[in-house]
Design a protein around this ligand. Structure first.
Ligand SMILES: Cc1ncc(COP(=O)(O)O)c(C=O)c1O
Length: 420
């Protein structure tokens, strides 16, 4: 095992009061290095959800996520000997970025072990921020083993991404800010991965305002807290690939679980289509880029399961903005499809001159714009007088999309394989 850090107060915090005190101390400790992120009311998202939505913009932190809160707090809790030797963590994501950045600010050597499949952008950014990056193994577990080994061998202190009191207390500072920024808050909606963020935020909020509803959001593909609640203890899950990659961890942290099971009022699970659509909505309506995990709170608010929050003041934690541009591109398209604004269909049209012209005229008259078209003669079947035209069209919304297809049918065009 890597060296353990000096415990926060000599023994682990247990009561809500103790956690609340740790979070207040963390806030003072990190105040000069972490942004007090804005928490702004959104008229557009309020209109969309029927709630009064306030966005806590932790995607604006220097490295693009709330993880800096815990990382800086944990680094500042090290003894001077530990600081000198340095820290190690296994992470392919935002925790690594937060540690790398604050390690360089505080002059603490940081080593990050990433699985070999880690996105190039994350490993190169960590290096640019001054961390030593070790690429090791094909799984997160292998990277973690290597980080433990380096900790033992080099005397580095291991800093866990979520199952660590210093990390949980640091993440909890977001809750304190929310209480000050939206005094009349009635609910907060926070993503759940390993549980560090939600347990810290819930502790900060419930200690002062037990009436505020704390809602956790999981990716349906990585239900860490739900499974732990069913089993009565943290259990290993096999998370599937999800757009909310920050939530894709194999198990909720033990300390986070102990807090979350007491303090989280309800959990909503969201699917991939819902996450893609939420990213698109935030981009279009808030002019803000969030990654999948950071979009899950809006996805939850758009889900019927949170109908009871309509009319209430709800803070959603847009807690990360590190999305790969190539993924963003695909997510936007997926979101447009889910929203009914991109539709794909195959039209069977006459192969005589003017067949394609008729199709494009009908589409233009219906107000649809052609994004892609493939004119397919060779694979159009036995009838040589017809051809298949695979079309992707842009429409205003799902209703408009249906109208366009109906118009084509009314004008004698046979359609099949429509995407909606
Ligand atoms: C953007 C983002 N949101 C949410 C989470 C989940 O945080 P936690 O593991 O503390 O539950 C993460 C974790 O990496 C993240 O990067």
């Amino acid at each position: 095992m890597a060296k353990q850090r000096a415990s926060l107060a000599g023994k682990p915090a247990q009561s809500l009061g103790e956690w609340s005190a740790l979070i207040r101390k963390a806030r003072r400790r990190i105040a000069d290095g972490v942004l007090v992120s804005p928490c702004v009311e959104s008229a557009s998202l309020s209109e969309l959800t029927g709630m009064r939505i306030f966005c806590k913009l932790d995607n604006l932190q220097r490295t693009g996520s709330f993880k800096e809160r815990g990382a800086r707090n944990a680094l500042l809790l090290l003894t001077s000997a530990q600081r000198k030797r340095g820290v190690v963590a296994a992470s392919a994501g935002n925790h690594a970025l937060g540690l790398a950045y604050h390690g360089s600010l505080l002059d603490i050597p940081v080593t990050v072990v990433m699985p070999r499949f880690a996105p190039l952008i994350k490993s190169s950014t960590c290096r640019r921020l001054g961390a030593q990056v070790v690429l090791h193994g094909d799984t997160f577990a292998a990277a973690k083993e290597e980080a433990d080994r380096l900790g033992r061998e080099q005397g580095f202190t291991y800093i866990h991404g979520y199952d660590d009191p210093g990390i949980i207390a640091g993440q909890g500072t977001m809750g304190l800010e929310i209480l000050e920024q939206v005094r009349s808050v009635e609910a907060v909606v926070v993503p759940i991965g390993g549980g560090g963020l939600i347990s810290g935020v819930a502790a900060a909020i419930k200690a002062r305002r037990p009436d505020v509803r704390v809602v956790g959001v999981e990716s349906a593909r990585a239900p860490t807290l739900t499974r732990a609640l069913q089993a009565g203890r943290p259990v290993k899950i096999s998370p599937a690939v999800t757009l909310a990659d920050g939530l894709s961890v194999p198990q909720i942290g033990a300390q986070a679980f102990a807090l979350a099971r007491r303090l989280v009022d309800e959990i909503v699970r969201v699917g991939e289509d819902e996450i893609a659509l939420a990213i698109l909505r935030i981009l279009e309506l808030e002019k803000t880029v969030v990654e999948g995990a950071g979009a899950t709170p809006l996805a939850a608010c758009l889900n019927d399961k949170l109908k009871h929050l309509r009319g209430k003041r709800v803070v959603i934690s847009l807690c990360g903005g590190n999305i790969d541009p190539n993924i963003l591109d695909r997510v936007i398209e997926k979101g447009l499809v889910v929203d009914g604004r991109l539709t794909r269909f195959t039209a069977v049209i006459s192969d005589r001159p003017g067949g394609l012209a008729k199709l494009s005229r009908l589409l233009a008259e219906a107000g649809a714009s052609i994004k892609e078209v493939t004119h397919d003669r060779a694979f159009a079947g036995a009838d040589v007088s017809t051809v298949n035209v695979l079309c992707t069209i842009e429409t205003r919304d799902r209703h408009h999309g249906r109208e366009v297809l109906q118009r084509l049918r009314q004008n004698g065009i046979r359609l099949f394989h429509s995407s909606r």
